[in-house]
Write a protein that binds this ligand. Sequence first.
Ligand code: DGI
Ligand code: FE
Ligand code: FE
Ligand code: FE
Length: 187
Amino acid sequence: MKINQAIEIVEPHLTKKRFEHTLRVADTAVDLAEKYNASKEKANLAAVFHDYCKYLPLPEMERWIKNSILPKDLLLYHHELWHGPVASLLIEREHGINDLDIKQAIYYHTTGRANMTKLEMIIFLADYIEPGRSFPGVEEVREWAEKDLIQACRMASRNTIQYLMSKNATIYPDTFYAYNDLTKRLD
Ligand code: DGI
Ligand code: FE
Ligand code: FE
Ligand code: FE
Protein backbone atom coordinates (compact mmCIF):
# COMPACT_ATOMS: atom_id res chain seq x y z
CA MET A 1 0.00 0.00 0.00
CA LYS A 2 1.16 3.52 -0.80
CA ILE A 3 1.73 5.73 2.19
CA ASN A 4 -0.69 8.43 0.98
CA GLN A 5 -3.43 5.85 0.69
CA ALA A 6 -2.71 4.70 4.26
CA ILE A 7 -2.84 8.28 5.53
CA GLU A 8 -6.19 8.84 3.79
CA ILE A 9 -7.60 5.68 5.39
CA VAL A 10 -6.41 6.57 8.88
CA GLU A 11 -7.16 10.31 9.10
CA PRO A 12 -10.99 10.11 9.38
CA HIS A 13 -10.65 7.65 12.28
CA LEU A 14 -8.59 9.98 14.42
CA THR A 15 -8.91 13.34 16.12
CA LYS A 16 -6.78 16.14 14.72
CA LYS A 17 -4.34 15.84 17.63
CA ARG A 18 -4.08 12.08 17.30
CA PHE A 19 -3.58 12.36 13.55
CA GLU A 20 -0.77 14.86 14.05
CA HIS A 21 0.78 12.53 16.64
CA THR A 22 0.55 9.73 14.07
CA LEU A 23 2.39 11.77 11.43
CA ARG A 24 5.13 12.62 13.94
CA VAL A 25 5.46 8.95 14.93
CA ALA A 26 5.83 8.12 11.23
CA ASP A 27 8.59 10.70 10.71
CA THR A 28 10.36 9.52 13.85
CA ALA A 29 10.01 5.86 12.85
CA VAL A 30 11.45 6.52 9.37
CA ASP A 31 14.45 8.29 10.96
CA LEU A 32 15.00 5.36 13.33
CA ALA A 33 14.66 2.86 10.46
CA GLU A 34 17.31 4.78 8.55
CA LYS A 35 19.63 4.87 11.55
CA TYR A 36 19.20 1.21 12.49
CA ASN A 37 18.96 -0.30 9.00
CA ALA A 38 15.34 -1.37 8.98
CA SER A 39 12.82 -0.96 6.16
CA LYS A 40 11.74 2.68 6.01
CA GLU A 41 8.63 1.72 4.02
CA LYS A 42 7.50 -0.74 6.67
CA ALA A 43 8.30 1.66 9.51
CA ASN A 44 6.28 4.37 7.79
CA LEU A 45 3.25 2.16 7.13
CA ALA A 46 3.27 0.59 10.61
CA ALA A 47 3.49 4.03 12.21
CA VAL A 48 0.66 5.47 10.11
CA PHE A 49 -1.63 2.61 11.20
CA HIS A 50 -0.40 2.16 14.79
CA ASP A 51 -3.27 4.10 16.45
CA TYR A 52 -5.84 3.31 13.75
CA CYS A 53 -8.24 1.77 16.33
CA LYS A 54 -7.57 4.19 19.19
CA TYR A 55 -11.13 5.57 19.03
CA LEU A 56 -13.05 2.46 18.09
CA PRO A 57 -15.98 2.15 20.53
CA LEU A 58 -15.03 -0.10 23.45
CA PRO A 59 -17.85 -2.63 22.85
CA GLU A 60 -16.65 -3.02 19.28
CA MET A 61 -13.06 -3.67 20.38
CA GLU A 62 -14.35 -6.07 22.99
CA ARG A 63 -16.31 -7.91 20.32
CA TRP A 64 -13.22 -8.24 18.08
CA ILE A 65 -11.19 -9.63 20.98
CA LYS A 66 -13.91 -12.11 21.93
CA ASN A 67 -14.52 -13.30 18.37
CA SER A 68 -10.96 -13.58 17.06
CA ILE A 69 -7.68 -15.26 17.88
CA LEU A 70 -6.64 -12.32 20.09
CA PRO A 71 -5.80 -13.34 23.69
CA LYS A 72 -8.83 -13.08 25.95
CA ASP A 73 -6.75 -11.90 28.92
CA LEU A 74 -6.61 -8.47 27.24
CA LEU A 75 -10.18 -8.05 28.50
CA LEU A 76 -8.95 -8.38 32.09
CA TYR A 77 -6.68 -5.33 31.67
CA HIS A 78 -7.14 -1.67 30.84
CA HIS A 79 -8.89 -0.99 27.52
CA GLU A 80 -5.96 1.21 26.49
CA LEU A 81 -4.17 -2.08 25.74
CA TRP A 82 -6.74 -3.15 23.15
CA HIS A 83 -6.24 -0.73 20.27
CA GLY A 84 -2.93 -2.16 19.01
CA PRO A 85 -4.00 -5.82 18.85
CA VAL A 86 -7.36 -4.89 17.32
CA ALA A 87 -5.68 -2.66 14.72
CA SER A 88 -3.33 -5.48 13.70
CA LEU A 89 -6.43 -7.55 13.00
CA LEU A 90 -8.47 -4.88 11.22
CA ILE A 91 -5.80 -3.55 8.88
CA GLU A 92 -5.59 -7.02 7.39
CA ARG A 93 -9.34 -7.64 7.23
CA GLU A 94 -10.28 -4.17 5.99
CA HIS A 95 -7.23 -3.14 4.01
CA GLY A 96 -5.41 -6.36 3.13
CA ILE A 97 -2.22 -5.54 4.99
CA ASN A 98 -0.82 -8.98 5.74
CA ASP A 99 2.84 -8.18 6.32
CA LEU A 100 3.68 -9.94 9.60
CA ASP A 101 6.43 -7.46 10.54
CA ILE A 102 4.02 -4.56 10.21
CA LYS A 103 1.17 -6.33 11.98
CA GLN A 104 3.38 -7.25 14.93
CA ALA A 105 4.81 -3.74 15.23
CA ILE A 106 1.26 -2.38 15.47
CA TYR A 107 0.10 -5.17 17.76
CA TYR A 108 2.81 -4.63 20.37
CA HIS A 109 3.29 -0.86 20.16
CA THR A 110 1.71 -0.16 23.58
CA THR A 111 3.21 -2.94 25.72
CA GLY A 112 6.19 -4.25 23.82
CA ARG A 113 6.98 -7.93 24.49
CA ALA A 114 9.93 -10.29 24.87
CA ASN A 115 12.08 -10.70 21.76
CA MET A 116 10.83 -7.65 19.94
CA THR A 117 11.91 -7.40 16.31
CA LYS A 118 13.77 -4.31 15.14
CA LEU A 119 10.61 -2.91 13.55
CA GLU A 120 8.63 -3.51 16.75
CA MET A 121 11.26 -1.63 18.75
CA ILE A 122 11.26 1.22 16.23
CA ILE A 123 7.49 1.74 16.45
CA PHE A 124 7.44 1.29 20.24
CA LEU A 125 10.20 3.86 20.60
CA ALA A 126 8.93 6.31 17.96
CA ASP A 127 5.55 6.40 19.72
CA TYR A 128 7.32 7.27 22.96
CA ILE A 129 9.83 9.87 21.73
CA GLU A 130 7.98 11.65 18.88
CA PRO A 131 8.60 15.40 19.28
CA GLY A 132 5.10 16.07 20.68
CA ARG A 133 5.74 13.90 23.77
CA SER A 134 6.72 15.52 27.04
CA PHE A 135 6.86 12.62 29.54
CA PRO A 136 9.33 13.03 32.42
CA GLY A 137 12.56 11.41 31.26
CA VAL A 138 11.72 11.49 27.56
CA GLU A 139 14.76 13.65 26.76
CA GLU A 140 17.11 11.00 28.11
CA VAL A 141 15.33 8.36 26.00
CA ARG A 142 15.68 10.61 22.92
CA GLU A 143 19.42 10.78 23.60
CA TRP A 144 19.68 6.98 23.88
CA ALA A 145 17.66 6.63 20.67
CA GLU A 146 20.56 8.29 18.83
CA LYS A 147 22.99 5.54 19.80
CA ASP A 148 21.36 2.38 21.17
CA LEU A 149 17.92 1.11 20.11
CA ILE A 150 17.70 -1.54 22.84
CA GLN A 151 18.78 0.75 25.66
CA ALA A 152 16.36 3.44 24.47
CA CYS A 153 13.46 0.96 24.41
CA ARG A 154 14.47 -0.33 27.82
CA MET A 155 14.34 3.19 29.27
CA ALA A 156 10.94 3.85 27.67
CA SER A 157 9.63 0.55 29.04
CA ARG A 158 11.06 1.25 32.50
CA ASN A 159 9.58 4.77 32.58
CA THR A 160 6.16 3.48 31.54
CA ILE A 161 6.19 0.76 34.21
CA GLN A 162 7.31 3.25 36.87
CA TYR A 163 4.56 5.65 35.82
CA LEU A 164 1.89 2.93 35.85
CA MET A 165 3.01 1.64 39.25
CA SER A 166 2.95 5.17 40.68
CA LYS A 167 -0.71 5.30 39.59
CA ASN A 168 -1.43 1.87 41.14
CA ALA A 169 -2.40 0.62 37.68
CA THR A 170 -2.28 -3.06 36.76
CA ILE A 171 0.42 -3.97 34.28
CA TYR A 172 -0.05 -6.40 31.42
CA PRO A 173 2.46 -9.29 31.41
CA ASP A 174 3.93 -8.35 28.01
CA THR A 175 4.84 -4.94 29.45
CA PHE A 176 7.02 -6.67 32.06
CA TYR A 177 8.33 -9.21 29.55
CA ALA A 178 9.49 -6.36 27.33
CA TYR A 179 11.37 -4.69 30.17
CA ASN A 180 12.99 -7.92 31.36
CA ASP A 181 14.01 -9.02 27.90
CA LEU A 182 15.46 -5.62 26.94
CA THR A 183 17.39 -5.53 30.22
CA LYS A 184 18.83 -9.02 29.64
CA ARG A 185 19.76 -8.14 26.07
CA LEU A 186 22.02 -5.35 27.31
CA ASP A 187 24.54 -7.60 29.03
O1 DGI B 1 -1.83 5.29 21.89
P1 DGI B 1 -0.80 6.24 22.45
O2 DGI B 1 -1.39 7.17 23.47
O3 DGI B 1 -0.04 6.98 21.40
O4 DGI B 1 0.30 5.39 23.23
P2 DGI B 1 0.37 3.86 23.68
O5 DGI B 1 -0.50 3.03 22.82
O6 DGI B 1 1.80 3.48 23.75
O7 DGI B 1 -0.12 3.85 25.20
C1 DGI B 1 -1.35 4.14 25.67
C2 DGI B 1 -1.31 4.06 27.19
O8 DGI B 1 -1.18 2.72 27.63
C3 DGI B 1 -0.17 4.82 27.86
O9 DGI B 1 -0.74 5.76 28.76
C4 DGI B 1 0.58 3.79 28.65
C5 DGI B 1 -0.44 2.72 28.82
N1 DGI B 1 0.11 1.38 29.07
C6 DGI B 1 1.19 0.77 28.53
N2 DGI B 1 1.37 -0.45 29.06
C7 DGI B 1 0.36 -0.63 29.96
C8 DGI B 1 -0.45 0.53 29.96
N3 DGI B 1 -1.52 0.69 30.76
C9 DGI B 1 -1.82 -0.32 31.60
N4 DGI B 1 -2.86 -0.17 32.42
N5 DGI B 1 -1.09 -1.47 31.66
C10 DGI B 1 0.01 -1.69 30.86
O10 DGI B 1 0.65 -2.74 30.92
FE1 FE C 1 -1.28 3.62 20.79
FE1 FE D 1 3.75 3.53 23.16
FE1 FE E 1 0.55 6.42 19.44
